[in-house]
Design a protein around this ligand. Structure first.
Ligand code: R5P
Length: 318
């Protein structure tokens, strides 16, 4: 790979920046992030980026607003430093769940998209974004990457012929189909209604889960409320216990760790799109660095991502 590519990692994704840099043999741009006494941030790019294509890695995970601002400041510093083109690799996109307006409420997904667009990135790379339809909020072209193949691979040895892939809500059915296809398993889904940021209600399970060992799959786990409700609905529907879980983004906010403990899960697998801090020994973490590295390599060679296992359009294509 020619050396005119560089990686710049924000504070939410420094681990991925290092891993991707090693995989590609591409340098990480040195930077300093300073805070003024009033809390404002300033980014300084230490290395020469003039004429380079800079791939900026930054999950807009909690604290979402700070990580988003840092992403935009990094882009600005690179542009002012003469970078040729900028690509934002956003392993987890915050605000993506706010994709529909109800009543007089704000539409956070659209506002976040507008903000990121001000970074004037040539492309964005997103991993298992909450809904691929979010692309409609952006004028910037998007590459949809998926961690489903690496997670399916990570959990396959824990599954048997009586396993079943379960989507904890209707929105996760496409993702569940992608897992089911790779694992050769049937699928079912839980009918869920979200009551507020933490509480959800379920209304039964669609599909026959009796005597089957569920693998619940989802794009993300935040408070654990969705997972807890799905486990309860599956027990009520006659599924075997315990339950296995695969989620791309483990935010683990609020009392999520206690919720996970209380569910007596057989295993839980996730990725490092959002680092788990402090680490949770009961959660197996597979890195998305290889899929990001592949996507960066192909993009810099002007190759299509469509025949790559990392490309969501293939694994999730219907
Ligand atoms: C919802 O549509 C998402 O796919 C997840 O199921 C949900 O956001 C997880 O959040 P929590 O763990 O707080 O229920």
């Amino acid at each position: 790979m020619p050396q005119h590519e560089m990686i710049l990692a924000g504070s939410a994704s420094e681990h991925l920046g290092r891993a991707v840099s090693e995989l590609l043999g591409v340098p990480v741009v040195g930077k300093e992030l300073r805070r003024f006494p009033d809390g404002e941030m300033q980014v300084e790019v230490i290395d020469q980026v003039r004429g380079s294509d800079v791939f900026i890695l930054q999950a807009t995970s909690p604290p979402v607003e700070a990580h988003t601002m840092e992403l935009l400041l990094m882009a600005d510093a690179c542009r002012r430093g003469g970078a040729r083109r900028l690509v934002a690799v956003i392993p987890y996109l915050g605000y993506a769940r706010q994709d529909r307006r109800t009543g007089c409420k704000s539409l956070g997904g659209r506002v976040a998209a507008d903000l990121i667009t001000t970074g004037r990135f040539e492309r964005l790379m997103l991993v298992d974004v909450h809904t691929p339809a979010i692309e409609g909020f952006f004028s910037t072209p998007i590459e949809h990457l998926t961690a489903v193949p690496i997670l399916a691979n990570a959990v396959s040895h824990r599954l048997g012929q009586h396993s079943i892939v379960v989507a904890p809500d209707f929105g996760a059915v496409k993702l569940a189909r992608a897992y089911a296809r790779l694992l050769g398993l049937p699928i079912a889904f839980v009918q869920k209604t979200r009551l507020d940021g933490e509480a959800v209600a379920t209304h039964g399970v669609v599909g026959d889960v009796r005597g089957r060992a569920p693998l619940i799959v989802d794009d993300m786990l935040s408070t654990g409320g969705t997972l807890a409700a799905a486990v309860e609905a599956l027990r009520a529907a006659g599924a075997l216990a315990p339950v296995g879980v695969a989620v791309t983004h483990a935010l683990l906010v609020g009392s999520a760790r206690e919720v996970l403990q209380s569910l007596g899960l057989s295993f839980i697998a996730t990725t490092d799109t959002v680092p788990i801090q402090p680490p949770e020994p009961s959660i197996a973490v597979a890195s998305v660095a290889p899929i990001i590295a592949t996507a960066i390599r192909r993009t810099s060679r002007d190759e299509s991502l469509l025949d790559s296992p990392a490309a969501k359009s293939r694994t999730h294509g219907e």
